[in-house]
Ligand binder design. Structure first.
Ligand code: CS2
Length: 489
């Protein structure tokens, strides 16, 4: 069977770019060429290219692996996005990606050249929360993060996001080329501001002469990104092959829903992402808070509680009456911590989220969402718990979710089966928990992880008691039993 590499001769029901990809130059460098970028920002760029053209194609960069490049290069950057709604199905080939580069596999010079090139006006980033090397307490770099540690030593041969962006800016400054705009697309609160703080701190340490110029000239808009995109399995590739009549090693499957809310601060122009439905606003923070607390917070809760109740996929969790009731409880508790957002009805948003989680056509593994808890729970669970505490609202739903996360940190199921705890702090967690058997000791050991739990929560007897009570029920009985009891409260 032939391999996807051109957009003519595809079956009529496959949507193809409504423009000639080769007729458009590059304008964006994207760092973190994973499934989410391919299903989200690249699709908006495809819509923008179709609507208003411009030289806005994307140079996609994989920082560590070469997989995406091996998949995409023989396909001229083309790949399929299968958008599977509960009752909709769209197969679409995306043409926005002009090249794929593997930074750690021989393409470092090409990445460097793309970041320095005058036509690169925007750098977008999706490297997941743990990819940045951010010290959340200081807002600067985490010097223990491997990429940061490397880039502090070798600022002229960086391997991490911050180092690459900084070196790109440095070269542009030296050549008198305007800086690019840096657009963070990861699920972090105030993500633009966080990335700006990271780059400014790295600059202060390795290129102090640039710090003030970056602070004054480089825009770091924040953005809220949303599209549930499971890590693709072999079934996705097979489905694409059936639809295209050609092999596609880079196909991704995602949901029909998609949302992108972006702070409109771009110094070198931008694609007309509105054509794909992006919303440009002056302040993204309330949208981010809503999404992180309602979608992602609930996702984390259902992933931990669901995984330990024997549910492989999110859709299975939603078919369990007790777990589904806890999902609804968490959604409303999270909504209650938010200030009103004009034009948004949180109840309707919650109903829409529950329906998205129920999507029978998406195989989203609870184990996948459960990874990297230490990077996720602060903004997803601790932040709303803190607000709930201050507002005199119930904190129990957040305490339940935190207890389920702690249960997950034990790296074994109720039946004794062990699994890998995927978390950048997994080693530290294993050491802390190795000698702990009972709930109060586990809570104490984990609440004392440096820089993780906000002081007010750590010192709240109420919150600690709630977490301990739930964890104790999970350990004395079972997670499924604790879920049933919780749902009956
Ligand atoms: C999920 C997110 O894996 C996770 O932690 O909560 O990836 C979620 O699917 C996306 O943010 C949806 O936009």
């Amino acid at each position: 069977m032939t391999r996807l590499s051109r957009i003519d001769h595809l079956p009529g029901d496959v949507r193809v770019p409504a423009y000639d990809p080769a007729a458009h130059g590059e304008g964006i460098v994207h760092l973190g060429l994973g499934a989410f970028h391919k299903a989200h920002q690249a699709v908006y760029s495809d819509d923008a290219l179709a609507a208003s053209g411009g030289d806005w194609r994307i140079v996609g960069v994989s920082l560590r692996s070469s997989g995406a490049v091996d998949e995409l290069t023989p396909q001229n950057g083309l790949y399929t996005v299968i958008a599977a709604g509960a009752d909709s199905h769209e197969v679409r080939v995306i043409g926005a990606l002009s090249r794929a580069l593997a930074h750690a596999h021989g393409d470092a010079p090409a990445v460097n050249a793309a970041l320095a090139a005058p036509q690169t006006r925007t750098v977008t980033v999706t490297v997941t929360e743990k990819g940045y090397g951010l010290d959340r307490a200081s807002g600067g770099v985490d010097t223990a993060h491997p990429a940061i540690a490397h880039d502090l030593e070798h600022p002229d041969a960086p391997v991490g996001v911050a180092g690459l962006i900084l070196r790109g800016l440095k070269q542009r400054h030296a050549a008198g080329i305007a800086p690019f705009t840096v657009l963070c697309c990861d699920n972090l609160p105030g993500n633009g501001k966080l990335l700006r703080g990271l780059i400014l701190d790295l600059a202060a340490r390795t290129a102090p002469e640039l710090r003030d110029w970056i602070a004054a000239e480089v825009a770091f808009p924040s953005s809220m990104v949303d599209r549930i995109t499971p890590a693709p399995g072999p079934d996705v590739r097979e489905a694409a092959e059936r639809a295209l009549g050609a092999e596609d090693h880079a196909a991704v499957q995602t949901e029909a829903f998609s949302q992108w809310v972006i702070e409109d601060r771009f110094t070198g122009g931008r694609p007309e992402w509105e054509a794909g439905g992006a919303l440009f606003v002056t302040d993204v923070a309330p949208y981010e808070r809503m999404k992180l607390r309602m979608l992602n917070g609930t996702h984390s809760m259902l992933a931990y509680a669901g995984f330990h109740s024997g549910k492989r996929y999110v859709r299975d969790v939603m078919r369990d009456a007790d777990l589904a009731a806890l999902v609804r409880r968490h959604l409303s508790a999270a909504a209650a911590t938010l200030d009103p957002l004009p034009g948004i009805d949180f109840e309707a948003y919650a109903a829409e989220l529950a329906a998205r989680f129920e999507n029978p056509n998406l195989a989203h593994q609870t184990y996948q969402i459960a990874m990297d808890g230490t990077e996720k729970v602060p903004q997803r669970l601790f932040a709303p718990a803190l607000d709930a505490l201050e507002r005199g609202q119930p904190t129990r739903p957040f305490a339940f979710a935190v207890a389920a996360w702690l249960r997950h940190c034990l790296a074994r199921k109720d039946d004794g089966e062990v699994y890998e705890l995927q978390d950048p702090r997994a080693g530290e967690i294993a050491t802390r928990l190795s000698a702990q058997e009972d709930a109060p000791a586990i809570v104490a050991a984990m609440f004392d992880l440096p820089g993780l739990v906000p002081d007010v929560l750590r010192q709240s007897d109420r919150f600690r008691d709630e977490v301990t009570t739930v964890l104790d029920a999970m350990l004395q009985g079972s997670v499924a039993g604790a879920v049933a009891r919780e749902a009956a409260l």
